[in-house]
Design a protein around this ligand. Structure first.
Ligand SMILES: *Cc1c(COP(=O)(O)O)cnc(C)c1O
Length: 425
């Protein structure tokens, strides 16, 4: 048996040897993750070179930010990587929810209908849309909403979707990742099939994909298969752990220009918005993002295999292909969720000594437990675990800027469950 290198971190010999046994079976899976990372690294590098990124791009501007070369060039880099006409990539998009809200409210007018053909959207979008009433929601602006749930086996209800597309339908929103649900994450191929079906039914429709957590987990993105806009957060995959704030919207000129107007002001658009001092982190983070996403994917694959072997239901399961970095694990009780979160918190480089407790969070209906000891606050590309305290008591594990760190986190989560007698090894 290999010696336990992790004893100093509080990991027992039993947990360490159980973990190594699981990992020894994952070498081929990890090699295929690395191959995707290589492809995407080349894609990002080529876009940076083509757009002649130079030292002047990394400095930033103040005030109005007219002629901000770094900002404008970064937007060209994103557009090239996502193969879109345009992109909006800014620190002024405060988070993923904000980027999604901008994309939606910029491209929907009173009387229009928004359709989600993939069931309930992410929790924070409920108030953006007005599913849960909120001031300034789309509902308050006269935009109606329709939803078609997935079939019980997690596939698209094509008949229901065809029936739901009407005269009023203007924009279709597709969430790639499962979010806080136990449904499967969709592959880019599946999303492409759905978009083709929808656009055949009604050619002029705009399709937006909530791409959060999906970037660089495959060699293609939803914008390669017909999405008019892809939207995400820079404190997830594409920020590479370095972006301190921000969101992106990549898409057609027509859609993205409206987003610029919505974000700043009509008539002002993309020419203002000083990048102040975040540009180097946005560039460098995007550059690192393919390998950071790969580290997180390996951590998720390890967690799936480990917890599945212990009898827990995991989504995706131990062998399924991956289309985002999230791993959900049905732990079955609030106590087990807390123990898991304590392990992830104990593995953190920052705030490792604090104890996570379930609490209310703006935008979420249930109490949420969150373990995150990150360099960027709330960053979930860094090692983190969270989940609403509700049936089936599933914890959502994600991130890890390096694979060794993700590995330690998973081992410490198991350690806490083991110490509390919630698992036997
Ligand atoms: C994280 C996430 C969001 C919201 O992003 P925030 O940056 O937390 O506001 C939206 N959709 C999905 C699927 C997400 O994972």
């Amino acid at each position: 048996m290999t010696p336990n290198l992790f004893r100093g971190l509080g990991i027992s010999d039993e947990v360490a040897s159980y973990s190594e046994k699981i990992l020894s079976g994952l070498k081929e899976r990890f090699a295929s993750v690395d191959a995707v990372a290589e492809f995407n690294q080349a894609k990002v590098l080529a876009a940076m070179q083509k757009n002649r990124v130079d030292a002047a791009c990394l400095t930033g501007t103040t005030g109005y930010g007219h002629d901000d070369k770094g900002r404008d060039t970064l937007e060209r880099v994103y557009a090239d990587v996502f193969h879109t006409e345009a992109a909006l990539v800014r620190p002024h998009l405060t988070c993923g929810t904000h980027a999604l809200a901008v994309a939606l409210s910029a491209n929907l007018l009173p009387g229009d209908e928004l359709l989600s053909p993939v069931g309930k959207p992410y929790d924070t979008l409920e108030e953006v849309i007005g599913i849960r009433p909120s001031p300034c929601s789309l509902a308050e602006m006269g935009v109606s909403y329709r939803q078609v749930d997935l079939l019980p086996d997690g596939t698209f209800d094509y008949d229901g979707i065809a029936a739901a597309i009407s005269e009023k339908t203007k924009l279709v929103t597709i969430q790639r990742s499962k979010g806080y649900q136990m449904r499967p994450t969709f592959s880019v191929k599946q999303i492409g099939d759905l978009i083709a079906f929808i656009k055949e039914k009604k050619p002029g429709l705009t399709v937006m994909v909530d791409n959060c957590y999906g970037e660089f987990t495959e060699t293609i993105e939803p914008s390669d298969v017909g999405a008019d806009m892809v939207v995400g957060s820079l404190i997830k995959n594409p920020g590479g752990g370095l972006a301190p704030i921000g969101g992106y919207i990549a898409g057609t000129n027509a859609c993205v220009q409206r987003c610029h107007y919505r974000l700043t002001a009509p008539g002002v658009g993309q020419d203002v918005g000083a990048s102040v001092s975040v540009m180097r982190d946005l560039y460098q983070g995007f550059f690192l993002s393919p390998t950071v996403a790969a580290s997180a994917l390996k951590g998720a694959i390890f967690a799936a295999n480990l917890y599945e072997s212990l009898g827990f239901r995991v989504v995706p399961d131990s062998t399924e292909s991956r289309h985002d970095i999230i791993q959900s694990i049905e732990l079955g009780s609030p106590e087990a969720m807390v123990a898991f979160a304590e392990g992830i918190q104990a593995a953190a480089p920052v705030d490792s000594y604090v104890a996570p407790v379930p609490s209310p969070i703006p935008g979420y209906a249930d109490d949420v437990i969150m373990a995150a000891g990150s360099f960027v606050q709330g960053s979930s590309i860094e090692l983190s675990a969270d989940g609403p305290i509700r049936e089936p008591y599933a914890i959502y594990f994600q991130g890890g800027l390096t694979f060794p760190h993700a590995k330690i986190g998973v081992m410490l989560s198991l350690q806490k469950l083991y110490e509390k007698g919630l698992v036997t090894l």
